[in-house]
Ligand binder design. Structure first.
Ligand SMILES: O=c1ccn([C@@H]2O[C@H](COP(=O)(O)O)[C@@H](O)[C@H]2O)c(=O)[nH]1
Length: 240
């Protein structure tokens, strides 16, 4: 395990969703590992595997391994332990995998002690709105269902949840200030929402009290990803 012991106070997690490894590395090699953390998700992990994570760690980046494990408790627990072996900074499961799965995942990290990654759970995907929940038999609003899953996640002893920035104020009050809120669906003013539905700008998300904001395409698909990241960081600093 080799999670670097740095003090990184950046709230930005860049979703490094590239099919082209060279393009991803060209961007990464232009940014300071202290200016953000990198989120490796299903696309790049499936294409390039754990070696990609190691290569990014070698460059000094802390990694959120966003594989959203959702399986029987035994399998999810072993997958989370494998992520911890890789030395990632954060890893996640789906809260809808339930209490026994989340508890097993948390217990699998006990042997790692202080080197264990943060373990969080996905509540309601930021691409989903009320109609998507109704389609799968859930009549609660996204915020209500997300809160229910977030409370369950807290009760299982995990460190936080993935939710929408729209839920941040409600969750900080209802669930606890120390419970980490990681929010995708972040869109600087003027950028395309794409498939995201519950969106907020970086400054609005900061004001709502999120701990970490996940930003992918608005940075990675821009003409100058490194400069776009700098612009977002500057806007957050100016607003704080
Ligand atoms: O609820 C969720 C959970 C995860 N994601 C992931 O975050 C990024 C968002 O990328 P954008 O390009 O900024 O939309 C992506 O990797 C998703 O898999 C999410 O969007 N919502």
């Amino acid at each position: 395990m080799s999670s670097p012991q740095t003090v990184n106070d950046s709230p930005i997690l860049v979703a490094l969703d590239y099919a082209d490894r060279q393009r991803a590395m060209a961007f990464v090699d232009r940014i300071d590992p202290q200016s953000c953390r990198l989120k490796i998700g299903k696309e790049m992990f499936t294409l390039f595997g754990p070696q990609l994570v190691r290569d990014l760690q070698q460059r000094g980046f802390e990694i959120f391994l966003d594989l959203k494990f959702h399986d029987i408790p035994n399998t999810a627990a072993h997958a989370v332990a494998a992520a911890a072996d890789l030395g990632v900074w954060m890893v996640n499961v789906h809260a809808s995998g339930g209490k026994r799965m989340m508890t097993a995942a948390r217990e699998a990290l006990l042997p790692f002690g202080k080197d264990a990654p943060l373990l969080i759970a996905v509540t309601v995907l930021t691409s989903m709105e009320a109609g998507d929940l109704r389609d799968i038999g859930i009549d609660l609003s996204p915020a209500e269902h997300a809160e229910r899953l977030a409370r369950l996640t807290r009760d299982c002893g995990l460190d936080g949840v993935v939710c929408s920035a729209h839920e941040a104020e409600r969750f900080k009050t209802a669930i606890g200030q120390d419970f980490k809120l990681v929010t995708p669906g972040i869109r600087p003013a003027g950028s395309a929402a794409g498939d995201q539905r519950r969106i907020m700008t970086p400054v609005e998300a900061q004001q709502a009290g999120v701990d970490y904001m996940v930003i992918g395409r608005p940075i990675t698909q821009s003409d100058d990803p490194a400069q776009t990241l700098q612009n977002i960081l500057a806007s957050l600093k100016e607003a704080s």
